[in-house]
Design a protein around this ligand. Structure first.
Ligand code: SAM
Ligand code: SF4
Length: 330
C-alpha cells in the first residue's frame, strides 16, 4: 500500500473498543456516550480485517482503544493475530493500555508474542492519578507494570504533559522510568473531542519547554532511534533510557507517516488529525471474498492526506477534530 505521497503504509493501529474503565480528563467526558454494541465489529471481523491489512503489507499492528484490555475476550483476538508473527508476515504485535488489567494479562500477552507495550502513566502521585483518570487507581497500574516486567515485556510509558497538573513531576518520572528500565514518551495534549471541563488551552504545555526544563537536571543526547512513530528521541545520560517527545501541534511529523487507523466499527482513518474516513464494515460484510475490501482499502489509501491541521490557540477553542481520541485510539 503506497499513498499518493509515496509513503508506504506498514503500520495499522486498531481501536478494538471505544469503552474504557478510566475517564481521563483530557480524553473523555465523565458521562461519555459509547457506541451501540450492534455497530461494533466482532472479534472475528476485526481479525479478518487486520489479516487483510497484514496480507497487504502491514508489518506492525497496535491494539488500542478506549482500553483494549477491557474488551471481552480480547485475548482470543491477540492470540489469533499472533499467528502472523509466527508466520513472519508481521514484525510486531503490540498494544497501548492504561495498565489496569495488565496484572491479569501480562503473561498471556507475552505468550501470544507481544514483546513491547505502551502504558499510560501521567503521574506517580496516587491522588493526582485518581483526579486525572477519575476512575483509576495508581496502585493497580503499578502492579500491572510489575507483572509486565516479570513477563519480560518491554514497557514504554506514555505521559501526557499537562500544565499545572503534572509539570512538577517530570524529573521524578524520568528518574522512576530509569530505575524501572522503562522508556518514556511525553505527549502534548491534542485538541480532540469535546471533553467538558477545563479548556485545553489551559492544559497545553509544549514539550519543547518541557525538554528545556529537563535539560537542567539530566544529560539529554539526541538519538536517531525511530519507531516509525511521530516521537523524537533522546537518551538520558544518567539512566541510559530513552525519552521521546511527541509534538503533534508544534511540529509536523506527517512526511514520514506510515500509518492508518481502524476503529472498532470498521472505519478507517487515514490521518489522526483529519475527519476524512472510509467505511470498511460494509465491504467486509458484503462478501466472504476479500475483493470488495481490497478495493475499499485501495480507494482509501489513495486519498490519505498529506498532513494534519491541528490548531490550538485562542481563536480555535473548539476541538480541531470532533471525535475523541478513544475512538481512533491515539
Ligand atoms: N486506554 C489506553 C491508554 O490510555 O493508553 C489506550 C487508548 S488512549 C486514547 C492512547 C493514548 O492517547 C494515551 O497515552 C492517552 O494518554 C493519549 N491521549 C488521550 N487523549 C489525548 C489528548 N487529547 N491529547 C493527547 N493525548 C491523548
Ligand atoms: Fe481511557 Fe486511555 Fe482515554 Fe484514559 S486515555 S480515558 S485510559 S482511553
Amino acid at each position: 500500500m503506497i499513498d499518493p505521497f509515496g509513503r508506504h503504509i506498514s503500520y495499522l493501529r486498531v481501536s478494538v473498543t471505544d469503552r474504557c474503565d478510566f475517564r481521563c480528563v483530557y480524553c473523555m467526558a465523565e458521562d461519555m456516550n459509547f457506541l451501540p454494541k450492534a455497530e461494533i465489529l466482532s472479534l472475528e471481523e476485526l481479525d479478518r480485517l487486520c489479516s487483510v491489512f497484514v496480507r497487504r503489507g502491514v508489518r506492525k499492528l497496535r491494539l488500542t482503544g478506549g482500553e483494549p484490555l477491557v474488551r471481552r475476550n480480547v485475548m482470543t483476538l491477540v492470540r489469533s493475530l499472533g499467528r502472523h508473527l509466527q508466520s513472519g508476515d508481521l514484525d510486531e504485535l503490540t498494544l497501548t493500555t492504561n495498565g489496569s488489567q495488565l496484572a491479569r494479562f501480562a503473561d498471556e500477552l507475552r505468550d501470544c508474542g507481544v514483546r513491547r507495550i505502551n502504558v499510560s502513566v501521567d503521574t506517580l502521585d496516587a491522588d493526582k492519578f485518581a483526579a486525572i483518570t477519575r476512575w483509576g487507581k495508581l496502585e493497580t497500574v503499578l502492579q500491572g507494570l510489575a507483572a509486565a516486567k516479570r513477563a519480560g515485556i518491554a514497557v514504554k510509558i506514555n505521559t501526557v504533559a499537562l500544565k499545572g497538573v503534572n509539570d512538577d513531576e517530570f524529573d521524578r518520572l524520568v528518574g522512576w522510568a530509569g530505575d524501572e528500565g522503562f522508556d518514556l514518551t511525553f505527549i502534548e495534549v491534542m485538541p480532540m473531542g469535546d471533553i467538558g471541563g477545563p479548556a485545553r488551552l489551559d492544559q497545553y504545555l509544549p514539550v519543547s519547554l518541557l525538554r528545556a526544563r529537563l535539560e537542567k537536571g539530566w544529560t539529554l543526547a539526541d538519538s536517531d532511534y525511530q519507531t516509525g512513530g511521530p516521537a523524537r528521541y533522546v537518551t538520558v545520560g544518567e539512566t541510559g533510557r530513552r525519552i521521546g517527545f511527541i509534538t503533534p501541534l508544534t511540529h509536523n511529523f506527517c512526511e514520514s507517516c506510515n500509518r492508518v487507523r481502524l476503529t472498532c466499527t470498521g472505519t478507517l482513518y487515514m490521518c489522526l488529525g483529519q475527519e476524512d474516513a472510509a467505511d470498511l464494515r460494509a465491504p467486509l460484510r458484503q462478501s466472504e471474498s476479500d475483493a470488495p475490501l481490497d478495493a475499499a482499502i485501495d480507494e482509501a489509501i489513495g486519498r490519505k492526506p498529506k498532513g494534519h491541521d491541528f490548531i490550538i490557540d485562542r481563536r480555535h477553542q473548539q476541538p480541531a477534530v470532533s471525535r475523541h481520541m478513544s475512538v481512533t485510539g491515539g
